[in-house]
Design a protein around this ligand. Structure first.
Ligand code: ADP
Ligand code: ZN
Ligand code: ZN
Length: 750
């Protein structure tokens, strides 16, 4: 027997199969998807790989084929579907097969080595033979009073955690030696699952009776589930229309038929509320996978899923690779969210992967959002996917909030506040008097929160990254959010020497500071990267905001995601212009999504909600659409624009980025790459079905001391183009001056 093995390595030229011979005594253990140790290279260095194929013979000199060393025995094994999926990913997103396979391996086995990650275990003390001891109790020799005490307790309990016994009697292993020698007790080691729900407050909850609109959607999806066919559905339902309730009832249905479910949510750690709702409904058959779990915790969840103990997986994008068997539905909540696209290699799109998985499992793929992405909505309009809609809030007493735009040009510098208009100030005051809660939203993405010299306009920038540093009030430091560089604020401008800095830092801290001056009695809490970077940080803030009825929550993008705060009646969007002016062809779509989601935090229960958007560009088209909750209008204008200028969904954009330490190298090789690309792609460019754009310096031109240039391609991406690109990449594989990375429909254009 021979096998083809894929080595675990990120080295591109080893990303192919190597054949090995299997000694007869190991044949039984060999299965596709198992891991093996093999000798590799001239020095026969031990390497770990995955068995991809089993062969009867090899096509070259059999005497040259080496024997495998060992088949690794662990509980996980990749299925043949996993391997197929990995091959598809490596082709579509142009990454190494071993990198795409790694997505599906248990966490922690990053280098695919044999190390079994230390699953936490606990030692238990058991009575070995209870009958025997009870019979011989009076005749046991050497039973001192203290030993008797311990033995009596053990007889009472049968078993006890070693740690508990130690602390109870203040003893240690030396004391237990006698019990072991006399064969009275034995010590066993048991795996314990760490509990990722430790900090969650679990309350049993019952399903709502679905309202008419919900029921229609539910019935429609159920009929597809019953047919056991692949079906892709877009649920376009306004915020608070009861989508999550529908998910839970669909999953309940799927579970009853013996199948399992995956729910993807954007960056799960940001939405502990949704996890809590699922926990309350389904209890411990849910598994949660997200980036803030420790490796051990992730491994525990992985194993629970793999063994079939967890039947519902909730997680961020990589949860789509959970080893869940027998999948009956995949739900992608907030499908418009850009975090479903990975920015690290493999740069896969979790929605595309989900589709592959659902096709194979012949099940429903439910994409849902209040603000669907233009591309998805286009497919629904074309009839390629089924469109279902929910237009009213589920809670019959809740209505959509009123939305007003405040013109900031006529609102400058009153009351001594630079960032809060008179109108919003009064509304906050009114809310404080009524004892209702307020959320203030600040877009931080790309925001100039740097310190500017009022005299010469000098802005402090990170020496490594060429991005403005952000001023942190509490630490009195300027920090880089790309590489972590930090420096103290100088007294005088280093360029002109002036002391007139405007610490016009419109960061969450500055707002907090202004507010606490304006309303000294009021309680304020802040949710941003700094206050939430520890595990469950969001949960803590959200719980406090809710439970302690804190007056004002100030936050960034994290706020936009699905939180349900019944007592919030006022939402202020402080710097809408920042959101409206992102440098991306999706700027309008992003702004509409983000601001609508934020506005949707107001008035979720029976109290009326008010939303105020502060903007300098008050007549902006997107703001009009948001104000009138007019997704259709936004969509029509967007799709028109994209058609005219050929943007997705009318094409794919392939972005090739070149990185290097020396600017000239990067620049020259970018030009070289551009010329090569044109040769490789001439077949398409001649037919005018592809456009290759000349290299440009990236918007963020330097990150971590590496310069970056990029080349963009517009075309309808397909397998043939993928093959040509693969050949093109190979030319740069061994280049020591630059690295090259490819991203298909990247989430942003930097
Ligand atoms: P979405 O996911 O669309 O934002 P949710 O499922 O979170 O909506 O529902 C919004 C609110 O309405 C929640 O508080 C939820 O408990 C409530 N809700 C959902 N369905 C019903 C229903 N059928 N009857 C009454 N309340 C409901
Ligand atoms: Zn200056
Ligand atoms: Zn930096």
């Amino acid at each position: 027997m021979y096998i083809n093995v894929l080595l675990n390595t990120s080295v591109s030229n080893l990303d192919r199969y190597f054949s090995y011979k299997v000694p007869t005594e190991m044949e039984k253990l060999v299965k596709v998807g198992k891991r093996v140790k093999v000798p590799f290279g001239a020095g026969n260095k031990e390497q770990v790989g995955i068995i991809i194929e089993i062969l009867d013979s090899v096509s070259y000199d059999e005497s040259k084929v080496k024997n495998i060393i060992e088949v690794i025995q662990d509980e996980y094994r990749l299925s043949s579907f996993n391997i197929k999926l990995a091959k598809w990913i490596s082709k579509r997103y142009l990454c190494n097969l071993s990198d795409s396979i790694r997505l599906m391996l248990p966490p922690g086995i990053t280098r695919m080595s044999n190390e079994v990650y230390n699953t936490k275990s606990e030692k238990w003390i058991h009575i070995k033979d209870r009958e025997k001891i009870l019979n011989e109790y009076t005749e046991i020799k050497g039973l001192t009073p203290k030993r008797k005490e311990v033995l009596d307790l053990l007889l009472d309990l049968d078993e006890i955690k070693q740690s508990e016994l130690y602390s109870f009697f203040n003893i240690n292993l030396a004391f237990l030696k006698w019990f072991i020698k006399e064969e009275i007790i034995e010590i066993t080691e048991e795996k314990v699952y760490r509990n990722p729900f430790e900090n969650f407050n679990i309350l049993k909850d019952e399903p709502f009776e679905l309202n008419k609109a919900q029921k229609q959607v539910y019935d429609n999806i159920i009929s597809d589930i019953d047919e056991n066919i692949f079906s892709e559905i877009l649920l376009h339902g306004i915020t608070g229309s009861g989508k999550t309730e529908i998910y839970m009832q669909l999953i309940d249905y799927v579970l009853k038929s013996g199948k399992n479910a995956i729910v993807l949510v954007p960056e799960i750690s940001l939405t502990p509320q949704i996890v809590n709702r699922f926990l309350n409904r389904f209890g411990n058959i849910i598994a949660v996978l997200h980036s803030r779990l420790s490796i051990g915790e992730r491994l525990d969840e992985f194993n629970r899923i793999n063994r079939g103990e967890a039947k519902i997986v909730i997680g961020a994008r990589s949860a789509i690779f959970a080893p869940l068997k027998n999948i009956g539905i995949v739900i992608v909540d907030e499908e418009h969210d850009s975090s479903y696209k990975s920015e690290m290699s493999p740069k896969y799109d979790a929605k595309e992967v989900a589709k592959k998985i659902c096709e194979v499992n012949k099940c429903v793929l439910l994409l849902a959002s209040a603000t669907p992405s233009v591309s998805t909505y286009y497919l629904a309009q074309k009839g390629d996917i089924k469109l279902l809609e929910l237009n009213v809030r589920a809670n019959p007493f809740a209505s959509l909030p009123s939305i007003d735009v405040i013109d900031m040009t006529s609102n400058k510098k009153q009351n001594g506040f630079s960032n809060i208009s008179e109108k919003l100030y009064n509304e906050i005051k009114c809310n404080l008097e009524k004892g209702e809660q307020t959320i203030l939203f600040l877009n931080k993405r790309g925001y100039k929160s740097s310190i500017i010299c009022q005299n010469c306009g000098n802005v402090y920038k990170c020496p490594n990254c060429d991005v403005s540093l952000t001023y942190h009030h509490d630490k009195r430091k300027l920090m880089c959010h790309y590489c972590g560089h930090s420096e103290s604020v100088q007294k005088n401008c280093i360029v002109c020497g002036s002391s007139e800095f405007d610490s016009n830092v419109v960061g969450t801290q500055k707002i907090e500071y202004e507010l606490s001056n304006a309303f000294p009695e009021c309680r304020i809490i802040r949710m941003d990267y700094d206050t939430t970077n520890k595990k469950d940080g969001h949960l803590e803030i959200i719980n406090r905001f809710k439970k302690e009825n804190i007056d004002i929550l100030i936050g960034t993008q994290m706020l936009a995601k699905g939180h349900d705060f019944p007592n919030v009646t006022l939402v202020g969007i402080l710097n809408a212009d920042m959101t409206l002016n992102m440098q991306d062809y999706r700027a309008n779509e992003y702004a509409y999504n983000l601001l609508t989601q934020v506005a949707g935090r107001a008035g979720r229960s029976d109290k009326e909600g008010r939303v105020y958007i502060q903007a300098y560009d008050k007549d902006n088209f997107v703001l009009e659409c948001i104000k009138n909750n007019d997704y259709q209008r936004l969509y029509k204008s967007e799709i028109e624009y994209r058609k005219n200028l050929t943007y997705p969904p009318f094409c794919d954009i392939i972005q090739i980025t070149l990185f290097g330490k020396k600017e000239v190298d990067v620049q020259n090789l970018s030009l070289d790459a551009f010329n090569k690309l044109k040769e490789y792609m001439s077949e398409y460019t001649n037919k005018k079905i592809m456009q290759v754009y000349p290299p440009v310096v990236s918007a963020v031109s330097k990150i971590n001391n590496e310069y970056r240039w990029k080349i963009s391609i517009k075309c309808k991406y397909n397998e043939k183009i993928s093959n040509s690109l693969k050949e093109f990449i190979k030319e740069y594989q061994d280049n020591d001056k630059i690295r090259l990375s490819i991203d298909i429909n990247s989430r942003n254009n930097i």
